[in-house]
Design a protein around this ligand. Structure first.
Ligand SMILES: Nc1ncnc2c1ncn2[C@@H]1O[C@H](COP(=O)(O)OP(=O)(O)OP(=O)(O)O)[C@@H](O)[C@H]1O
Ligand SMILES: [Mg+2]
Length: 1005
């Protein structure tokens, strides 16, 4: 874009600090004129017009020396002259701040003449963000409350605070007033992030990324960039505008390969590091529009025991949260439960505050007190004390000439009757009335701007109006200066070199009202035009703003582009490990595709979308969910239809995953073997790896441990993190290498190699962590817990299961959450709270089943039976065992069968000791073994057949006790010695120690 138009302040004098700049009479301090050279004066005017914005040297040159070329020296000497005149100090600036290598910024609060009399609210203003002529009234207690939160945060008591209330109640205003009181010169960092209502599913972490990006761009932003590069590379990668292309590649590599921590933890740590040298306030605006990932992060932050000098200040409208069932509700409840968050709910202003507003805004004299009071009463009644409504009524009174200015003083027009203020019934009509009063050019620009968004770039709007870019800018600048509808919000550098001036609607409601007035056909055409302009501006980097572009093209009915950008937005979400946003974007894309005729290109596109969808759905809804099958089955059909061999494989693989999750193990096995044949025929190493990846869980579940181990070992041998670590989005959204290790670990544990099992499960966790892949991490942790459960170690189970739960909760991994809950329940039952443990196991198993999953169900029921044994409730335990055995028969999942028989034997024994023989033992109904001893012998038999030494040992210990009671010590001894002799490691595990103790208690033969 070319030069910026020379902006003028109009003829309004502006006051800042002790000074007053009168455009016609020059700079004044009190009654004394401060002499300035014309260029210095022009520079000061320019700085004041753009108060709060960072202004580059180029911009200054264009504005102050539009037609001549001058050196940097001219500018610096001009700045020096200004500083001298304003008695400002470059090192501790009160007015003009130099931003190293970026430019300058006017940092003091500037007031236009009509508000000069307003008492100083904020102590120090960092930027003129809210309209200069808006006195803040009636919020003193709220401001004090916010300062108390900050004081707590500064002491290291991390705070999450929500400021809530209806639209226009003054959330933004009070928070901004507070932030400007905190001031620019204090060492406190302030990050401002904004949620946007426009982007469908929302972009993962949008407000947080927004706040971080802005922090990085501020003075000393380099330090923030450094902290992010070191502690949160995955985050910096999401902010490509901050790093050079070369650096970006390096970061991407690190983020993908060598990264140590997952995104949530990374961000939290980076934030904690940032707060070491200065407290940080993170303002997250309009959280009712937030994406779910940001919510996850808040929840994560609240659960984290470490405390940082951090104040997260969120604003939201409770009504929207309730109406849309926004996840914020749950997050806040959870935070509140643990007392990790506070809320400041804003009420309407009092009548006295309305009166104060009128007095301050219109600086009326005492003679009008009665009239003002009556007017305040009416405005208060009409607006219910809603400040937005109040301000609009006041504006309307001015516009209609009810209130008039004479020589700097306001009064009522002679004809006006303040008792009949004639105001529309609601604020929307009020806004429309104001809009209708504008000139045609302003109306035109605003209409297009309402299509562009609550915040927008002038060049984008220019594409939609029949006006030049400069005219649009001057229109916007004029509106902003008159504080009508718009305010400035900085500039943005587009990749094509355009310097885009940004503006924002003063209030979201203004945009909404104007947008609704645009006729649908025109709206669609405008969306397309704006989308094309922004797309051109971003060129190759347009995928960075895919969600925004998708919105424009979708609303502009350019379906092809909309699908493309929705797909990109989905991929962005996958890269950010945000499956829920990914699902929303992809489902939308698929929905739009349905409106196309089915051609090869379209089928191909849908195929890729369905496969991506299946894997993301699996993580959230569980693998056995019907929607997972739907996605993969459709992908399969499409792949066959278009003869796409490369995509056929992942589609079939996805179906395998569904069958496995559903407990259809025979089918799963057949499909796994089919996949292996396909892969071997293709001679493709990746496909071979993924075929094994289907077979090791299947064979494990069937209790074919040696075969399962063989497949997982071959998987480990094929796997290369740099190549295969990136394939999770195609294959079940989890890493094949980590999966080989964690399944291998559990298999080893059951086969009687408990130490190697732990070692391997640690390797799985480390790999998943290295890949920074939360879903693989959560799964690795769950399987590690299972390994420790196999070793009989409740505290370690609890630790791993809890870690899995934290991650699963944070990311919404439903099935993993249910699984880990079950294991946690077992640990708790063993740690002395059997009843709580039982309740938790029941919750976990029910939740898993609700997803349609049958995987591991017999195992989980065995854990329940075990907890019932501990709790002394054999009847409940036996019922669980009966159900487990029935499930095993139905699904073919037999890996825990031996233990089920052992538990049955133990429970029957307890029942015999405890209660009279009941009429029917559940096992009988299935025709299984009937007496305790028969059950235990059967357990040994099954375990031996499967090679499950650990389970065999447990069963042998149980049966030996029975035999001892029956005087068969020699048999007991022989069997025990036999079972123990198979163990070369894990000698300190509970089961082996118990076996040893039993042996020691028996007389030597
Ligand atoms: N305490 C106040 N004193 C004077 N004017 C106020 C006050 N609070 C808000 N206003 C005026 O009301 C307008 C709306 O307030 P604000 O934008 O802060 O509302 P909000 O609660 O953030 O609304 P939304 O939910 O739409 O974001 C402001 O632009 C300002 O002009
Ligand atoms: Mg607001």
């Amino acid at each position: 874009m070319g030069g910026r138009p020379k902006e003028v302040l109009g003829n309004q004098p502006v006051t800042f600090g002790h000074y007053r700049l009168d455009p016609r009479r020059g700079l004044w301090r009190g009654r004394q004129e401060v002499k300035l050279a014309p260029k210095a004066l022009a520079l000061l005017r320019f700085l004041l017009e753009r108060a709060g914005d960072v202004i580059t040297k180029d911009e200054v040159f264009r504005a102050v020396w539009p037609d001549t070329f001058v050196s940097d020296g001219a500018l610096t000497s001009c700045i020096r002259e200004l500083r001298k005149a304003l008695q400002d100090d470059a090192r501790q600036p009160r007015y003009i701040e130099t931003l190293h290598r970026r430019g300058y910024r006017f940092i003091a609060r500037a007031l236009s003449a009509s508000t000069e009399a307003a008492p100083p609210g904020p102590r120090r203003q960092s930027a003129v963000r809210s309209p200069a002529s808006a006195p803040l009234v009636g919020r003193e207690p709220e401001l004090q409350q916010l300062h108390r939160w900050l004081a707590g945060a500064c002491k290291g008591e991390q705070q999450i605070g929500f400021v809530t209330g209806e639209p226009g109640i003054g959330k933004t205003t009070v928070v901004e007033a507070f932030l400007s009181q905190v001031g620019a010169a204090t060492p406190i960092r302030i990050g401002r992030g904004q949620c946007v209502d426009h982007y469908g599913a929302g972009e993962a972490y949008l407000p947080v990324l927004d706040a971080l990006t802005r922090l990085c761009r501020e003075p000393n932003g380099d330090a923030v960039v450094r902290v992010l590069a070191q502690h949160a590379p995955t985050w910096l990668v999401q902010m490509p505008s901050l790093v050079s292309t070369g650096e970006l590649r390096g970061l991407q590599r690190r983020a993908q390969a060598a990264m140590q921590e997952r995104m949530l933890r990374e961000l939290t740590e980076a934030v904690e590091v940032l707060t070491l040298d200065a407290p940080l306030i993170l303002r997250l605006e309009d959280l009712h529009w937030s994406d779910v990932s940001t919510m996850d992060w808040l929840a994560f932050l609240g659960r984290r025991p470490e405390r940082a000098r951090l104040l997260v200040l969120g604003t939201y409208r409770p009504i929207e949260v309730l109406a849309k069932e926004h996840p914020l509700k749950a997050v806040k409840e959870e935070l509140q439960l643990h007392r990790f968050c506070r809320e400041l709910a804003l009420d309407g202003l009092s009548e006295a505050a309305v009166e104060e507003y009128l007095v301050r805004r219109f600086s009326v004299g005492a003679e009008l007190t009665a009239k003002v009071r009556s007017l305040a009463g009416q405005i208060h009644t009409r607006s219910d004390g809603n400040p937005l409504f109040m301000v609009n009524i006041a504006d309307d009174l001015v516009a209609r000439g009810v209130l008039v200015e004479h020589g700097g003083r306001w009064g009522f027009a002679a004809s006006a009757d303040p008792v009949a203020i004639n105001v529309p019934a609601d604020v929307r009509s009020m806004i429309e009335r104001q809009f209708d009063r504008l000139g045609p050019a302003d109306r035109h620009v605003l209409e297009v701007a309402s299509v562009a968004g609550t915040e927008f770039s002038a060049p984008a709007v220019a594409a939609g109006v029949e006006l030049g870019g400069l005219e649009v800018e001057s229109c916007c600048t004029g509106l902003a200066r008159r504080e009508q509808f718009l305010r400035r919000s900085g500039t943005e550098d587009w990749p094509d070199g355009t310097i885009a001036a940004r503006y924002a609607f003063l209030h979201a409601l203004y945009r909404e009202v104007l947008y609704e007035r645009v006729p649908p056909g025109r709206r669609a055409a405008l969306h397309t035009r704006l989308g094309l302009r922004v797309e051109a501006g971003y060129g190759e980097r347009s995928r960075e703003i895919a969600a925004e572009l998708a919105m424009h093209f979708e609303r502009g009915r350019d379906t092809e582009r909309a699908v493309r950008y929705l797909h990109e937005a989905g991929q962005n979400a996958i890269k950010r490990n945000a499956p829920r946003e990914a699902i929303a974007h992809i489902e939308r894309a698929i929905g739009l595709l349905q409106t196309f005729p089915l051609q090869p290109g379209r089928a191909q596109q849908e195929l890729a979308l369905q496969i991506a969808l299946g894997s993301q759905l699996g993580a959230i809804s569980g693998w056995a969910a019907l929607e997972v099958e739907r996605a993969y089955a459709r992908a399969h059909a499409l792949a066959r239809e278009v003869g796409d061999a490369p995509q056929l494989f992942p589609a079939l693989w996805g179906l395998w995953l569904y069958y496995w999750g559903r407990g259809e193990l025979a089918r799963a096995r057949a499909l796994g073997e089919h996949l292996l044949r396909l892969a071997e025929r293709a001679g493709d190493r990746t496909l071979v790896l993924q075929a094994h990846h289907a077979l090791w869980p299947t064979l494990f579940s069937r209790g074919e441990f040696r075969e399962a181990l063989d497949h997982s070992s071959r998987g480990v041998a094929q796997y290369e993190a740099e190549v295969h670590g990136l394939l999770a989005p195609l294959y079940g959204n989890h890493d094949a290498g980590a999966c080989a290790l964690y399944f291998g670990a559990w298999t080893l544990g059951l086969l009687g190699l408990p130490d190697r099992a732990v070692e391997m499960s640690r390797a799985a966790i480390a790999l998943a962590q290295q890949l920074a892949h939360p879903f693989s991490q959560a799964l690795s942790l769950f399987f590690a817990a299972a390994v420790h459960q196999c070793r009989g170690e409740p505290p370690a189970v609890r630790e791993r299961a809890e870690a899995a739960i934290v991650l699963a909760r944070a990311h919404g991994f439903g099935l993993t959450l249910a699984w880990a809950t079950t294991l946690l329940g077992w640990a708790i039952s063993r740690e002395g709270q059997p009843e709580d443990g039982i309740a938790m196991i029941r919750r976990g198993t029910a939740a898993a089943r609700n997803t349609g999953s049958e995987a591991f169900r017999p195992y989980f029921l065995a854990l329940l039976a075990d907890a019932c044994t501990t709790a002394g409730s054999p009847a409940d335990g036996l019922a669980a065992v009966a159900e487990a055995l029935a499930t095993a028969v139905k699904t073919g999942e037999r890996f825990y069968e031996a233990e089920l028989y052992r538990l049955k034997g133990e429970l029957l024994r307890r029942r015999e000791h405890g209660e009279p023989r009941a009429a029917l033992i559940p096992g009988h109904a299935l025709g299984g073994p009937g007496s305790p001893e028969e059950c235990l012998v059967k357990a040994i038999e099954v375990a031996r057949r499967q090679g499950a030494r650990s389970l065999e040992l447990r069963a042998v210990v149980s049966v030996s006790r029975v035999w001892r009671e029956h005087g068969r010590e020699a048999d007991a001894r022989r069997t025990l010695v036999d079972a123990c002799s198979g163990f070369t490691e894990g000698l300190d595990t509970v089961d082996l120690r118990e076996a040893q103790a039993l042996l020691n208690a028996m007389p030597a033969p």
